[in-house]
Every structure is written in structure tokens, then in C-alpha cells.
Write a protein that binds this ligand. Structure first.
Ligand code: BDP
Length: 333
């Protein structure tokens, strides 16, 4: 009997400090973040950095579990809808599918809008970009835009060489779930295909469901798509920023002071991701080129034709935003 008592006493002594350390008797609040990219990809690294900062600054009250590789949601549309109903706390997604829920976002990803990455960051860091982030929540989408990440420029990649708009004729090109992007490909004479998650593009090309897709160097490399669509067409049609999204419903369940910490931590990871991005963009390009990818460079005339074909998109998706688009185009000139 005495022995049992001593044992109980010892156990209590071990357990009390364990509770005290966690702060709360119930342990930390565990929130989930969904990411389509693999471990080591720049956005995935930024997700972990975000999780690390939040845990540190909330003194362990909030813990974020990152699920990479699309294991939770293979298509970003699925994760966006889960955020809206509060089934998921965070998702790192591309701005492209978010535009289906917040149409204003199409303005910052119009084809051939930016001169280069620096131009895009000027816009995103200005009131224009920051107001767009605010608009995500203000539009009543149920989503909260926390920060932007870099995703470079997107170009087409195909099974056959493309040096002109004519070469795009009839090609079935996989796109993100965004109607504007589908129209972009139709205007070039191809057929836009949606509903295929980025991790499934490789097999869709291999099986012949599609003839190609479009993305940046790191995704092209990381998903292995270069092995089945070895022509990379340097047209750089869009610069679509990544967005770290939160669920408004989930944030509403947290202490407002912790929500502020979450927002602050997200903003801080932007610079980190941009650094990681620059490194990976270069190494991915080098890797695929060394493995035999053909880079199809367009002549200025050929590129001009790709750009000219986009006029109807500017009319349709730019309607009501003419001044904003002009401001974006002139920024930094
Ligand atoms: C990549 C983005 C990722 C998108 C993917 C796609 O980082 O968020 O899901 O493109 O094309 O560049 O679906």
C-alpha cells in the first residue's frame, strides 16, 4: 500500500511540470496547413517557417501542422472550400484559383502584365497589392489573405516545340482552375483543360489526356513534368503570386491577440520565401536544361503576337479596373 502511494506521489511530481510547461491544461491549439508542393520546395519551406514563428511567438499556445505534397487536398480549389467552411485553418495556394472566389484578384495576374519580378513585387508591396489582400476577406469570401509569396513567371511546356502562336493550335493545355486562364489558351488557339491537380499533370501528359501545361521552372522540375513535356516555351505569360490564406471561421475562434501574431508572422515569412524562391528558380532551370529540356525562345515578333491575342481578356476581366491596370503598368517607369 505504501509503495503504491509513493509511486503515485512520484508520478504527480513528474506530471505537474509537464502541464505547467504547456501553459494550458489541454495543450496547444493545433491548426492544419495544406500545401500542394513537396518538402523542400520554397513555399513549403516558408510554411514551416510560418509554423515555427507562430509557435514561438504564441509561446506554444498555437501549433501548426504542415501537410505538404497535396496529401490533404490535391487541388487547391478543395482546400479553398475547406477554409471557407472552417474545416481547414490555412492553405498556401496560388492566386489563380482564388480568383474564382474573389474575382478582383484576376487584375494582378493578367497575362503579360508585369515587365519582370521586380515590377510585380513593387505592385504587391504597394497599396494596390495590399488592398487586394484585404479585399479577399472584405469580399465576404470567408478567406483571409495573409501574405504573398513569389512564384516567378509561368510559361507553357509541351510535348512538341512551340515557336509561334500557330504552333499552339489545338494543343490541350492543363491550367489552374481559373476561367481567365482557360480563355487565355483559347485565344492562342489551344484548348484549356482544368480539374487536374498539379501533382497529376505528369500522368495526364504521359497518358495523352493533355499535350502540355504551364508553370514556373521549380514546379516543372519538382513535379517531374519536364520528363514528359520536354519543350519549355519561354513566353512568361503570367506572374501569379502565391497567397497564404487563412480561414476566417477558424481565426474567429482564436484569441484576437493570437490572430494578430499569426498575421505578423505570415508577413515576416514573405522575404524568406522570396530568397528561397530565387535560389530554386535558378537551380531548377539548370537541372532540367542539363537533363535535356529544349528551351524554345520566342522572337520579339512571335512574343508580340502572344501578347496581342490577349486584348479580349483585358477588355473582359479589366472592365471597371482600367485605372488600376494603368497604375500597375506605369508603376516603376
Ligand atoms: C504552382 C503553384 C501551386 C499551383 C500550381 C498549379 O505554386 O500553388 O497549384 O502551380 O499549377 O506554380 O496548380
Amino acid at each position: 500500500m505504501k509503495k503504491v502511494f509513493v509511486l503515485l506521489l512520484a508520478l504527480t511530481a513528474i506530471m505537474i511540470p509537464a502541464f505547467a510547461q504547456g501553459g494550458k491544461e489541454n495543450g496547444p491549439i493545433v491548426l492544419t496547413l495544406s500545401e500542394v508542393h513537396a518538402e523542400g520546395y520554397p513555399t513549403t519551406l516558408a510554411d514551416y517557417e510560418f509554423a515555427r514563428l507562430v509557435e514561438e511567438r504564441t509561446e506554444g499556445r498555437i501549433k501548426i501542422d504542415v501537410y505538404s505534397g497535396g496529401t490533404l487536398y490535391g487541388e487547391e480549389t478543395g482546400s479553398i472550400e475547406a477554409l471557407q467552411i472552417g474545416d481547414l485553418a490555412f492553405a498556401r495556394v496560388s492566386a489563380s484559383p482564388v480568383a474564382s472566389y474573389v474575382p478582383a484578384l484576376n487584375v494582378i495576374q493578367l497575362p503579360y502584365l508585369y515587365r519582370d519580378g521586380e515590377h510585380m513585387w513593387q505592385v504587391l508591396n504597394s497599396d494596390i497589392g495590399q488592398n487586394m489582400l484585404v479585399e479577399i476577406q472584405a469580399s465576404g469570401s470567408g478567406l483571409v489573405g495573409l501574405c504573398y509569396y513569389d512564384a516567378g513567371a509561368r510559361s507553357f511546356y509541351t510535348k512538341t516545340p512551340v515557336y509561334s502562336v500557330d504552333d499552339m493550335a489545338g494543343l490541350k493545355i492543363r491550367l489552374q482552375n481559373n476561367a481567365m486562364m482557360v480563355e487565355m489558351v483559347q485565344l492562342l488557339g489551344g484548348n484549356g483543360v482544368t480539374g487536374i491537380g498539379p501533382n497529376d499533370v505528369y500522368s495526364a501528359i504521359q497518358q495523352g489526356t493533355i499535350d502540355g501545361a504551364e508553370n514556373n521552372w521549380p514546379t516543372y522540375e519538382s513535379m517531374g513534368d519536364y520528363q514528359v513535356a520536354p519543350y519549355f516555351i519561354l513566353d512568361g505569360h503570367t506572374r501569379v503570386p502565391e497567397i497564404l490564406l487563412a480561414s476566417e471561421a477558424v481565426l474567429n475562434t482564436l484569441d484576437p491577440a493570437d490572430v494578430e501574431i499569426i498575421k505578423e508572422c505570415a508577413k515576416e515569412t514573405q522575404a524568406y520565401e522570396i530568397e528561397q524562391w530565387a535560389l530554386r528558380e535558378k537551380s531548377s532551370e539548370e537541372k532540367v536544361v542539363s537533363e535535356g529540356v529544349t528551351v524554345c525562345e520566342l522572337t520579339p515578333e512571335a512574343l508580340a503576337e502572344f501578347q496581342e491575342r490577349m486584348a479580349p481578356i483585358y477588355e473582359e476581366y479589366g472592365a471597371g479596373y482600367e485605372d488600376l491596370i494603368a497604375l500597375i503598368q506605369n508603376m516603376g517607369l
